[in-house]
Design a protein around this ligand. Structure first.
Ligand SMILES: [Zn+2]
Length: 253
């Protein structure tokens, strides 16, 4: 290894999640042979390029195609890192003031939570990776996945690797990581089919409601997609609490 050209890489913040313990938060060499793109060098150590927002080589921001020839110092920053790096080159357009998602097959509960928070989220329990990646590209949707391999695919531009395992923690994590907190609008979208809900007069749904609900609630929404009726019941309050907790975590330092 002594004679082969190498660049020294260092990863910041949550990008370290992808590295083995001995490489976290410290400099380490990566061989570059005669020339190797920054993107290739980064992915060779297991960090998906979709997680990277900024690469600094010897003090200068570069794009993914920048070639390393050996001897460089490379600092790699995550997407959505909150440092003020506006003057530097970002590797892709700023995310998404109208964020839209496609969730992988393991994230059905998270998809429903996101819909309840108002976010357009596609999900199918039998979708394969190709389909998810194609949807992401065609509709500019951010892929949410627990599969790092999917995010390493060349054609993926927008993706987020979900660290948490439990669905409510996943919601809080995604809200925090993608800075969605001010964009939450609860109960405007069907949690089962993603269709925007419409207001519906009480009389129109009365015969479909359980006795207790009929007696206790006045305001209802209906999904024009699947016909489900929503009201501000127990589930509504539970979800509201969950969203408030996600927001509160988001505003924590
Ligand atoms: Zn629906």
């Amino acid at each position: 290894m002594a004679d082969r050209p190498a660049a020294v890489l260092r990863f910041y913040e949550e990008l370290n999640d992808f590295l083995p313990e001995e490489r976290r938060k410290r400099d380490f060499p990566v061989e570059v042979d005669r020339a190797r793109s920054v993107k290739d060098a980064i992915e060779s150590v297991g960090v998906p390029h979709t997680e990277v927002d900024l690469v600094i080589v010897d003090g200068r921001s570069v794009d993914f195609t920048h070639l390393l020839r050996g001897g460089e110092r490379v600092a790699v920053y995550p997407m959505f890192e909150r440092l003020d790096i506006a003057p530097l080159v970002r590797l892709r357009p700023r995310p998404l003031r109208d964020p839209r998602f496609v969730a992988d097959t393991h994230l059905g509960k998270l998809a429903r939570h996101l819909r309840m928070a108002g976010f357009d989220t596609l999900y199918g329990n039998d979708w394969d990776d190709d389909h998810i990646v194609a949807l992401s590209g065609a509709q500019r949707r951010t892929i949410l996945t627990r599969d790092k391999g999917m995010l390493r695919r060349r054609e993926v531009e927008r993706g987020y690797f979900v660290r948490s395992v439990e669905s409510e923690s996943q919601l809080a994590e995604v809200v925090r990581a993608l800075q969605l907190e001010s964009l939450i609008v609860p109960f405007v979208r069907c949690r089962e089919c993603n269709t925007p809900l419409e207001d519906v007069p009480r009389e129109a749904v009365l015969d479909r409601l359980p006795e207790k609900v009929r007696a206790s609630y006045d305001r209802f929404k209906r999904c024009p997609g699947c016909g489900r009726v929503y009201w501000e019941g127990t589930h509504f309050r539970r979800m509201k609490g969950l969203l408030e907790r996600a927001r509160a975590q988001d505003s924590a330092p």
